[in-house]
Design a protein around this ligand. Structure first.
Ligand code: IDC
Length: 280
């Protein structure tokens, strides 16, 4: 079971992607995976920012991969679509990006590619599937075995729909299920169970126990039910987010100004909860 932590947007909180922190998370927190969230749109998104910003993001990704590799971590390169709800919006850019990444990291067997964080805005599975076919093909032409994570409709929740017609002809492809326990409960686990029953490989590349906005109260009771479900089905999970942003889904308190060498006292209630889960 992979377990790990996701960065916040790499354009906004690049400072936490450093060797000391990645090594601490591996050795002391007990994680084996880190996710590098590269927002495609919005302020300084990969596709909406200028060339200089793109270059800086690629450099940060490269550092992230090197730090993760040195720390002994799997590393997910996450094409973090969100406000650009349909992955086709920046399909051209995505193809160029993943060709570049797969050529660069084909020898890094710890690199995992996540090709669309959360399709939304009514984007159908057929649309996502047609996008995924192209991107998976481009990655496979360069990297034969890397695990590839494919997002699912409705903010990566409709895994049951993806399970009806998964991609054909490729190995090591998994489908993402995202949840925030403050908002999503039993009904979403039922959808996940349907997908599992059909044999769909699931991966929780992002989750939280706040509400879906990334803020609000934590729901630890529902969170525990989710963890039980994930353990039972040996599903990998990655918690959102490694930053000190003033929101309940941040792992670090906003008063914490350090970027490495974190103590228990630097963690938010969510951070403390998640670290306990890692050790279970
Ligand atoms: C949130 C961040 C927040 C930021 C917002 C928009 O926590 O600071 O302002 O994005 O960029 C997701 C998304 C993830 C969200 C998170 C919480 O993948 O980008 O992060 N969330 O809303 N899906 C469900 C929840």
């Amino acid at each position: 079971q992979l377990k790990g932590v996701s960065t916040h947007g790499m354009s906004w909180y690049p400072e936490y992607t450093n060797q000391k922190t990645f090594t601490q998370m591996k050795k002391k927190w007990g994680i084996n995976t880190v996710r590098l969230a590269v927002y495609t749109a919005g302020d300084n998104g990969y596709c909406t920012g200028d060339a200089k910003n793109r270059k800086a993001l690629e450099k940060k990704i490269d550092q992230g991969v090197q730090y993760a590799t040195k720390a002994g971590l799997y590393v997910i390169i996450d094409w973090h679509i969100l406000s650009d709800g349909n992955p086709k919006t920046y399909e051209k850019q995505s193809l160029a990006f993943f060709k570049k990444m797969a050529s660069k990291y084909k020898k890094n067997t710890n690199v995992i590619y996540e090709i669309c964080n959360e399709p939304n805005g009514g984007t159908s599975w057929e649309t996502i599937r047609s996008y995924a076919k192209k991107v998976v093909k481009a990655i496979r032409a360069r990297d034969k075995n890397a695990v590839i994570l494919v997002g699912t409709p409705n903010w990566s929740q409709d895994v049951d729909i993806a399970a009806e017609r998964p991609l054909k002809g490729y190995k090591n492809v998994m489908y993402t299920l995202h949840f925030y326990a403050g908002t999503h409960g039993e009904y979403l686990r039922e959808k996940a169970q349907k997908a599992l029953d059909k044999g769909l490989p699931l991966f929780v590349s992002e989750f939280g126990i706040s509400d879906a906005s990334g803020n609000g109260n934590l729901n630890k009771t529902e969170g525990s039910k989710w963890m039980k479900f994930l353990r039972k089905n040996k599903i990998g999970y990655v918690g959102w987010n490694l930053s000190n942003k003033d929101e309940s889904s941040a792992l670090l308190k906003s008063s914490c100004k350090k970027t490495s060498g974190f103590t228990n006292g630097n963690l938010t209630p969510w951070g403390k909860w998640l670290l306990k889960e890692f050790k279970k």
